[in-house]
Design a protein around this ligand. Structure first.
Ligand code: RBZ
Ligand code: NIO
Length: 344
C-alpha cells in the first residue's frame, strides 16, 4: 500500500521564536491558556511565526454500513443518502455552520447506497454501495480498503487551502468507530460502545453483543489496515487516506467527534506524526470518545455534549483557530505597546 512519509514537525528555532513571540504579548505570562498551545501548534504545522489559515475545507465523508442489518442504530440506513442531499441543499447543521464560518463544504460519497447525480459540492468516490455486514465477514476487502485510502488522498490533493476540517455521515458508523477503538487501543468493547443516534438501554446492550461477536469473528485483524478492512467503513477508510495526505502536506486537520477520531486513530497507528497536525475540536457525548482522546493523549478544545457528527463540532471550534492566528499576528508586544513587564 502506498502510504506517504510524514516527518515530525520538530523545528527548535521556530518553536523558540513562537514561544518568545507569545510570551512577549501584552498579557501575563501564559494567560491565554490552551489558546497558547494552539498558537504554537498552528505555527509549527504551517511553519510560520504568523500562521495564516487559508481557504478552509470542511469535507463530509459519507458511507453506508452493512452492519446496520443487525439493528445497531436507532435510524434506518436511508438516512445516510437523505442527509447527503440535505448537506448539498444547505439544510443540515453542518451546512449552516459552514456558511456561518466561511468554510467550503464538500461531501465525498465514499460508499453510500444511492446513485447520486453529479452535482456541485459532491465528490463521487464510491468504493461500493455500502460495506458488507461485518458480523458475517470483513466489511470490505483489502483491495477496497486500499482504494478508499487512495481516494481520500486524492480528494485532499485536489483541495485548495491549508486547513482540512473532517466530518462524516453514515448510519451505523459509531459501531465501526467503537470496534476500531476497542481493537487498536485494546479496550473492552462495552466501554467503547455508545448510544450513537440515541439507542435506549436494551438496544445499547444488543449493540454491545453484536459488536462483541464482530470482534470475535475478526480476532486476527490486529494490524491497523486489517482492522480497518474488517470493521469498516468506507467513509472512515477514505478519511484515513485524507488524514495521511493532509498531514504529509502539512495542512491543519480539525478533527470532529468519535467517528472522525477513529479515522485519526487508524492513521496515527500507521504514521504517528499525523497527530502533530491534528486539532481535536471537541469531546462528544458518545461514551467511547473520552477514552479515544485519552488513548491518543490529546485534549479537545470544546465540550458541548454534542452527539451529532457531520463535522459540526469541527465547524464550531473553527473560530478558536482563527483567533489563535489573529492573536499571533495582531496582538502587540510589551515593547511596541509600551506596557511594563512583571517585576522580576
Ligand atoms: C438525521 C440524522 C442526522 C445525522 N447527522 C449525523 N448523524 C450521525 O449519526 C450517525 C451515527 O450514529 P449511529 O451509529 O447510531 O447510526 C452518523 O451518520 C453520524 O454522522 C446523524 C444521524 C441522524 C439520524
Ligand atoms: O461523536 C460523534 O462523532 C458522533 C456521536 C454520535 C452520533 N454521531 C456522531
Amino acid at each position: 500500500m502506498n502510504l506517504p512519509d510524514i516527518p515530525s514537525l520538530h523545528q527548535p528555532a521556530l518553536e523558540a521564536a513562537l514561544r518568545h513571540c507569545i510570551d512577549n504579548k501584552t498579557k501575563p505570562l501564559g494567560a491565554l491558556g490552551r489558546l497558547e498551545a494552539l498558537m504554537l501548534q498552528l505555527g509549527r504545522v504551517l511553519g510560520s511565526e504568523t500562521p495564516r489559515l487559508e481557504q478552509p475545507q470542511l469535507v463530509v465523508f459519507a458511507g453506508d454500513h452493512g452492519l446496520t442489518a443487525q439493528g445497531v442504530s436507532a435510524y434506518p440506513g436511508d438516512v445516510t443518502w437523505q442527509m447527503v442531499m440535505n448537506f448539498l441543499a444547505g439544510g443540515a447543521a453542518v451546512s449552516v455552520l459552514a456558511r456561518q464560518h466561511g468554510l467550503q463544504l464538500s461531501v465525498v460519497d465514499a460508499g453510500v447506497r444511492c446513485d447520486f447525480e453529479p452535482q456541485p459540492g459532491l465528490l463521487l468516490r464510491k468504493v461500493a454501495p455500502g460495506t458488507a455486514d461485518a458480523s458475517q465477514g470483513p466489511a470490505m476487502s483489502a483491495d477496497q480498503c486500499a482504494t478508499a485510502l487512495e481516494a481520500g488522498r486524492d480528494v485532499v490533493r485536489g483541495l485548495p487551502g491549508n486547513a482540512l476540517l473532517l466530518g462524516e455521515m453514515g448510519i451505523g458508523n459509531t459501531s465501526s468507530a467503537a470496534l476500531l477503538l476497542s481493537r487498536l487501543a485494546g479496550l473492552p468493547i462495552e466501554r467503547c460502545t455508545g448510544r450513537g443516534t440515541g439507542l435506549g438501554d436494551a438496544a445499547l446492550a444488543h449493540k454491545v453483543r453484536v459488536l462483541s461477536g464482530v470482534l470475535a469473528l475478526h480476532a486476527h485483524a490486529v494490524e491497523p489496515l486489517q482492522a480497518l478492512a474488517a470493521l469498516g467503513g468506507f467513509e472512515i477508510a477514505t478519511m484515513v487516506g485524507a488524514v495521511l495526505q493532509a498531514a504529509a502536506e502539512r495542512r491543519v486537520i480539525v478533527v470532529d467527534g468519535f467517528i472522525c477520531g477513529s479515522a485519526v486513530l487508524v492513521a496515527a497507528a500507521l504514521r504517528p506524526a499525523v497527530l502533530e497536525c491534528c486539532v481535536f475540536a471537541h469531546q462528544s457525548q458518545e461514551s467511547g470518545h473520552a477514552l479515544m482522546l485519552e488513548h491518543l493523549g490529546v485534549q479537545p478544545l470544546l465540550a458541548l455534549d454534542l452527539r451529532l457528527g457531520e463535522g459540526s463540532g469541527a465547524a464550531l471550534a473553527w473560530p478558536l483557530l482563527e483567533s489563535a492566528c489573529r492573536i499571533l499576528a495582531e496582538m502587540a508586544s510589551f515593547e511596541v505597546a509600551g506596557v511594563s513587564r512583571n517585576a522580576d
